[in-house]
Design a protein around this ligand. Structure first.
Ligand code: ZN
Length: 289
């Protein structure tokens, strides 16, 4: 029986890729992905000044490769599938609130209960250097990207070869991914492994999925067991990122464990969150039932 669930989970793991922006079709950048202000690529500069955060104010899809969609490469961790009590498979709960506009809050929360309007557009977006990504036309918030570049360089010095495989996603882009999930799998699994449009943290421009050469540029849960995955988990906080979907916290986040999905919140808060081993929901006091 365990083997059966393991196989089922392996198949369902494909949605990890959908949930995190890996699609077999490139997503055309829409108007909502326009790059503002810094239309040029940001150069990597490790001597860049520190984040302009203060102690008091811690300001806070795609092609990739075909092997990403090969379920035989998926190695799920754990033997037991989620139970019927797992919030992650309860579908789409009613929204508590929605984001209407970007006010610059780096702690902005988008999950299954806190959504975004279809025309929500994060500000201060820049293009990710295609050389540092598995796909071109990725965009994300400038502050988060600058922080990522520092983390990337530090990882490189450790011998790790990282790439971003998903960053900002528009509502329409997420709708496409979710529809694809629904078309190919059960509704239950679609909800567990792919975010409903308007409920993906990737709408914030502050979330990225990171893969590496050692993973053959795929997204798998055993990334956590690889040296680069471990390094990211240990050091992401030093650059203002948190691992967003923790193992064992699925009932709070609403999503499965994703050792590749990092979220920028700023250094001070990232260190606090990672030190405590909590989720953003817990930090914000927004654990919704
Ligand atoms: Zn993600």
């Amino acid at each position: 029986m365990k083997k059966f669930f393991a196989i089922l989970l392996s198949i369902a793991m494909i949605f990890a890729f959908s949930a995190c922006g890996v699609s077999d079709e490139p997503e055309e950048p829409g108007d909502d992905q326009e790059v503002t202000e810094d239309d040029e690529l940001i150069e990597i500069d490790t001597d860049d000044e520190e984040d302009d955060q203060t102690e008091a104010e811690d300001e806070t899809e795609e092609v990739v490769k075909e092997n990403l969609l090969d379920p035989s490469e998926v190695e799920p961790r754990g033997d037991e599938p989620p139970t019927g009590d797992d919030k992650s498979i309860r579908g789409v709960p009613d929204l508590i609130d929605v984001l209407e506009y970007d006010d610059g809050d780096m702690l902005v929360l988008i999950n299954k209960y806190h959504g975004s309007l279809p025309d929500y557009k994060p500000k201060d977006m820049v293009e990710v250097d295609p050389a540092l990504a598995t796909w071109s036309d990725l965009t994300m918030k400038k502050k988060a990207y600058k922080a990522y570049l520092k983390m990337y360089e530090a990882a490189k010095e450790e011998g790790f070869d990282l790439k971003i495989c998903s960053a900002y996603r528009s509502y329409d882009g997420q709708q496409e991914l979710f529809n694809n999930a629904l078309a190919n799998y059960s509704e239950e699994y679609a909800h567990m492994y792919s975010a409903y449009p308007g409920r993906s943290e990737h709408h914030t421009g502050l979330a990225i999925d990171i893969t590496s050469a050692s993973m053959d540029w795929s997204l798998r849960q055993d990334f956590a067991d690889y040296p680069d995955g471990k390094w990211l988990y240990e050091h992401c906080q030093d650059y203002g990122f948190i691992l967003r979907y923790l193992e064992g916290k699925e009932d709070i986040t609403g999503y499965m464990y994703e050792p590749w999905h990092f979220r920028y919140v700023g250094k001070k808060i990232a260190k606090e969150i990672m030190k405590k081993g909590i989720t953003l929901e817990e930090y914000l006091g927004k654990v919704d039932e």
